[in-house]
Design a protein around this ligand. Structure first.
Ligand SMILES: Cc1cc2nc3c(=O)[nH]c(=O)nc-3n(C[C@H](O)[C@H](O)[C@H](O)COP(=O)(O)O)c2cc1C
Length: 293
């Protein structure tokens, strides 16, 4: 089946599936495998202390995949940046220039507002996908000119906010309140979550926790085993995710309830697509093309 949405068109990918940003566990092998599987692999720039390290990773990406991939700029909020931690918008300018020089067309930004980077991305003729956790921030990013918005629901992880809504509320409301394409994130890890969020109004999904335990992920064996064995209905775990009791973060989200085997990324994504196509057929869908355009 051919999958067509505004996001597959912008990112020039086969499936409307975008890789999450990953502090600590993002690397070229992981992102290239995601792109080769038909999604949009993402290199998370915060993991590279210098422009030279980052450039080497971009070059490795170009050797590992001929498919499109994107770059994420996670902005450290000012209260942490003041302590000299992480990266500010300004510190990514060279990284952006280098990525554009290497032909990257899609940039995801996250964690804090990024008006200057966003403008530079757009001035270069590239796409700016901003990720946020609340509708207020989503609407502000749209006003600033973002080309698409990723909204992370409460059932997600990596990026939390005390005023966060669930993916169901976020995406159905975003469809009403935003005019630009929407990428659903938070708790998605199988074909039903994928199709469900498209039905809610998303133009793509963003996968984070559900791919931590894939073969190409650089997460440790111990962490992958934890992902496979986590009881997502356990009260303590529930409180970490829904009551933000995240002192021992990073933690994988509710999406890992769908993960019971370590698979190559291609197989993981193929399974989602094949099952989604089966579900569509079981509902009477007869077309060879699925389009939300
Ligand atoms: C280990 C881990 C590290 C993450 N690091 C980042 C990050 O550095 N920047 C960011 O924007 N999001 C980060 N995230 C969030 C993901 O990019 C994605 O938005 C989120 O995982 C989606 O929800 P899900 O985990 O339920 O799929 C991280 C998530 C995980 C699991």
């Amino acid at each position: 089946m051919i999958w067509k949405t505004k996001i597959t068109q912008m990112a020039e990918v086969r499936y409307p599936i975008i890789m999450g940003a990953f502090a600590a566990i993002s690397c070229a092998e992981f992102a290239a495998a995601f792109s080769n599987a038909g999604g949009l692999g993402i290199i998370t720039a915060i993991n590279y202390p210098t422009i030279e390290d980052f450039q080497k990773e971009l070059e490795k990406m170009s050797r590992l995949t001929k498919k499109p991939f994107g770059v994420n700029f996670t902005i450290t909020p000012p209260y942490l940046a003041k302590k000299g931690r992480g990266k500010t918008e300004q510190s990514y300018i060279d990284f952006l220039d280098k990525s554009i020089e290497k032909g990257v067309k899609v940039f995801t930004t996250s964690a804090y507002q990024t008006p200057h980077l966003g403008k530079k991305i757009k001035d270069a003729g590239c796409y700016w996908f901003h990720k946020c956790t609340t509708m207020k921030h989503a609407m502000a990013a749209q006003k600033r000119g973002a080309d698409a918005i990723t909204i992370v629901g409460l059932e997600g992880t990596g990026f939390k906010n005390p005023n966060q809504n669930t993916t169901l509320v976020n995406i159905t409301m975003a469809r009403r309140l935003l005019s630009i394409p929407i990428i659903a994130a938070g708790g998605i890890g199988d074909a039903r979550g994928f199709l469900g969020t498209l039905a809610m109004g998303a133009d793509a999904v963003c996968l984070g926790s559900s791919i931590i335990a894939t073969e190409e992920s650089p997460a440790s064996k111990r962490w992958k085993a934890q992902v496979l064995n986590q009881d997502i209905f356990d009260e303590k775990y529930y409180k970490k995710i829904f009551h933000l009791e995240l002192k021992d973060s990073p933690i994988a989200s509710m999406a890992i309830g769908h993960v019971d085997k370590i698979l190559p990324l291609k197989e993981f994504i193929d399974n989602i697509i094949n099952e989604a196509e089966q579900i569509l057929k079981s509902w009477g869908y007869k077309g060879e093309e699925f389009s939300t355009l």
